[in-house]
Design a protein around this ligand. Structure first.
Ligand SMILES: CC(C)(COP(=O)(O)OP(=O)(O)OC[C@H]1O[C@@H](n2cnc3c(N)ncnc32)[C@H](O)[C@@H]1OP(=O)(O)O)[C@@H](O)C(=O)NCCC(=O)NCCS
Length: 343
């Protein structure tokens, strides 16, 4: 059975920087830089312009990951796309990305499968488990795995939505998961979910139990009321469960891998809230030099946080071949996961 390893990383964030002061001064939200930084660590985030789709962000990140993997697009055997902010309701972003990469227009196109993953902040790790399994079972040699979000289009950028909208930003990260006979790669992954909390962090938009699924005006125009349109969150519940689940899934994955925390060289945590990650770091006694974070600059980019961190850590030299890396995420659902890789 081949090992599955991350052969290339890439990321893209839109150029437009939106600071906390911009939320107050440009969008008119009743908030302050101090409030947001004190509770979340976020200083700024990126918003893409109208006309840019999530699959576009994914495309830029993917092109870099493919180049850094040293393969051709035609070498890809599968696309996995994790997002909670897809271009449209259906089909998923995977097929749009496939087309934008030009994979369908190749003379010898393989028309590779394209799979969308709907696991929010844990989407990248759910995708990594899927990609690793495809590679280890010999069903694929190279899987392109993307996490990308366009939150700026779908958050309530008014005072009403400030508890959610001050947290999120746009961005994309991508990796290529490849087969190798070398003794390295993704060693272990564990995933979990607790559907009792499905409504603690959710964006309803429509209700499929209704006929039709959206209220309709007499003229036949679908209407979405603000409480359905925008995401809502029980922030305190999310915070508490994130801390508990991230600690326990990390410890379980280490134990089942025969490792202790001291054996891990780099901890790559989902970027929901700097205070969540600092709590976990202090609880487990992880030294600063083994942590990476970018929430200060990008906010929470949901499925994109971990692949962006991996790409940035590789570029800065913080992530080097041979290192043991623990990736941990928690998010809406609730869902969570951990993966340990030997880089
Ligand atoms: C969102 C979060 C920062 C809110 O902090 P909190 O201390 O729980 O704050 P609360 O939600 O209780 O709100 C306290 C007050 O601050 C206000 N507030 C919320 N967002 C605000 C903002 N951006 N600026 C100013 N005030 C804000 C609330 O309206 C509330 O006001 P009220 O008391 O007049 O009603 C915090 O709960 C959190 O980070 N949770 C985890 C969220 C997360 O990680 N989500 C992603 C998961 S993947």
């Amino acid at each position: 059975m081949p090992n599955a390893y991350i052969s290339g990383t890439g990321f893209y964030v839109p150029p437009r920087v939106v600071t906390n002061d911009d939320l107050a001064n440009v969008y008119g939200i009743d908030t302050t830089h101090e409030w947001i930084v004190q509770r979340t660590g976020i200083e700024e985030r990126r918003f893409s312009e109208a006309g840019v789709a999530t699959s576009d962000l994914g495309l830029y990140a993917s092109e870099e990951a493919i180049a850094r993997a040293g393969i051709q697009k035609s070498d890809l055997d599968m696309i996995i796309f994790a997002t909670l902010s897809p271009d449209m309701s259906f089909p998923g972003c995977g097929v749009f990305l496939q087309q934008k990469l030009g994979l369908c227009d190749l003379p010898d196109s393989k028309f590779v499968p394209a799979l969308d993953i709907r696991n929010q902040c844990s989407g990248f790790l759910y995708g990594l488990g899927t990609a690793a399994s495809m590679v280890q079972t010999g069903n694929a040699k190279h899987v392109l795995l993307v996490g990308a979000e366009t939150h700026s289009a779908a958050i309530d950028l008014t005072t009403r939505g400030r508890a959610v909208s001050s947290l999120f930003g746009d961005g994309a990260g991508a990796v290529v998961v490849s087969a190798t006979e070398e003794n390295r790669g993704i060693r272990k992954w564990k995933l979990g979910a607790d559907g009792r909390h499905a409504n603690d962090l959710a964006q309803q938009v429509w209700d499929i139990k209704k006929r039709p699924f959206l209220p309709m005006s007499p003229e036949g125009v679908g209407q979405v009321y603000p409480e359905q349109m925008w995401p809502h969150m029980d922030g305190k519940q999310v915070f508490r469960h994130a801390v508990e689940r991230m600690i326990s899934v990390l410890m379980q994955t280490c134990v089942e891998s025969g490792l202790t925390g001291a054996d891990i060289d780099l901890f790559v945590f989902h970027q929901a809230n700097l205070r969540i990650n600092q709590y976990i770091q202090n609880h487990l006694g992880i030294p600063d030099e083994k942590m990476v974070s970018n929430i200060q600059r990008y906010g929470n980019t949901t499925a994109a946080t971990i692949p962006i961190l991996l790409a940035e850590a590789e570029r800065s030299g913080k992530l080097k071949p041979g290192m043991k890396v623990a990736m941990v995420a928690f998010g809406a659902g609730f869902t969570w996961g951990c993966a340990i890789a030997e880089w």
